[in-house]
Design a protein. Structure first.
Length: 381
């Protein structure tokens, strides 16, 4: 396939790199410093940011949720407009960075910012953004993507625009030392599925993309297998692997799926499931449902990532290996916490899929509502 690729994000990787933002943000620009609920005040990142911004005029905006809501982010947009902010600095994980992207775009739009998520407004300009990553998972620190939730309607939608790609990303693995183990496991699973969405489609003769995907999957597998041995190298490798899984390069010139994400988003919006865990709940069922078109790549993954031998059930065994990997990290592979009514849960998810126009998903647009229902019947316990 033809493609055009440019990644403008400058990566500042390694210990002590937060201080570099002093030089990366022009001193004459007023900064909005966006973060979540204060964990950065416990791990020392907040103090590092404040010190680095000592020569800048800045304002704070706290309280961005794990699944950022438009209701919260619109308050930040109003503050940007009222206080003449010039630069958005996101300090947090993918959710905070996603939220900052929305703020950067919506602040230069006079209409309802939710129009961006509903594709009623195509982003043509945005405020400049910088990111300080504290939780490796989504790759949002150096890509064009953002996912935002509307709490009032339980909608979780995405948008992408080159105008919201961060100018720089600071990635200091030391910040991971104080993260809960659940979040680190989520980061591994999230990055793993990001790779799979760009790899588990159909053979395209893309040797570099396939080889790179397999290298990332093997790296993530090694990190998961050594989850209890988290040293500096372990943290650095996870932070870099998660970035490389979704910085835009891996999917160049090859088909991409993303159906697991589209269905998983609905589980998160409706039942508050961690994003990565919603993916783990959907992926195995989806792969089995799409076995006819994904068999060749599943077999390739089984051989090259898990070291399995060729046999008639290789693809099926590969899916079992994926699910066993998630379970080894204490990540469930079925939605069980849904109020006790499986049928009702499936109907609620199906309604949201239809309302959001997710009626032909996957690399072949072959996952219609009937197939989504079949997938959910296996994904919901």
């Amino acid at each position: 396939m033809k493609f055009s690729y440019q990644n403008k994000t400058r990566i500042q990787f390694g210990q002590g790199q937060v201080a570099s933002i002093k030089e990366l943000i022009p001193s004459d620009q007023k900064v909005m410093f966006i973060y979540g609920f204060g964990s950065i005040k416990k791990n020392g990142v907040f103090d590092q940011v404040v010190a680095a911004l000592s020569d800048h005029d800045y304002v704070e905006f706290a309280g961005v949720e794990a699944n950022p809501t438009v209701e919260t982010l619109d308050k930040a947009v109003a503050q940007v407009k009222e206080q003449g902010v010039d630069f958005i600095l996101a300090v947090g994980g993918g959710s905070v960075i996603d939220g900052a992207k929305y703020v950067a775009a919506a602040s230069l739009y006079e209409g309802d910012g939710w129009d961006i998520l509903e594709a009623k407004h195509i982003v043509s300009q945005a405020m400049p953004i910088g990111a300080i990553l504290t939780l490796p998972a989504t790759g949002s620190e150096s890509n064009v993507n953002s996912v935002v939730t509307k709490a009032a309607t339980q909608q979780k939608l995405a948008f992408g625009s080159p105008f919201v790609q961060p100018e720089f990303a600071v990635m200091d693995p030391d910040v991971m030392k104080t993260l809960p183990q659940r979040q680190l496991a989520n980061g591994i699973v999230d990055a793993w599925v990001h790779v799979c969405e760009q790899y588990l489609t159909y053979p395209a003769g893309a040797l570099v993309q396939d080889g790179y995907a397999e290298a990332l999957l093997k790296s993530l597998k090694t990190l998961g297998d050594n989850f209890s041995d988290q040293d500096d190298a372990w943290r650095a490798n996870l932070m870099w692997s998660a970035n490389q899984a979704l910085n835009g390069q891996l999917g160049l010139g090859v088909a991409q799926d993303w159906a697991t994400h589209m269905i998983g988003h609905e589980l998160t919006a409706l039942y508050g499931v961690d994003h990565a865990r919603s993916l783990a709940m959907v992926q195995g069922s989806l792969l089995r449902n799409q076995m006819d078109v994904k068999r060749a790549k599943l077999e390739q993954m089984g051989r090259n990532v898990f070291g399995l031998s060729d046999h008639s059930e290789l693809a099926e065994q590969t899916i079992e290996q994926i699910e066993a990997f998630y379970q080894s990290l204490d990540v469930e592979t079925q939605l069980s916490d849904h109020g006790g009514d499986k049928s009702l849960a499936i109907e609620k998810i199906m309604t949201q899929l239809e309302n959001h126009g997710r009626i032909s998903l996957g690399e072949n647009n072959a996952i219609d509502l009937e197939q989504s229902r079949a997938i959910l019947s296996q994904a919901v316990a």
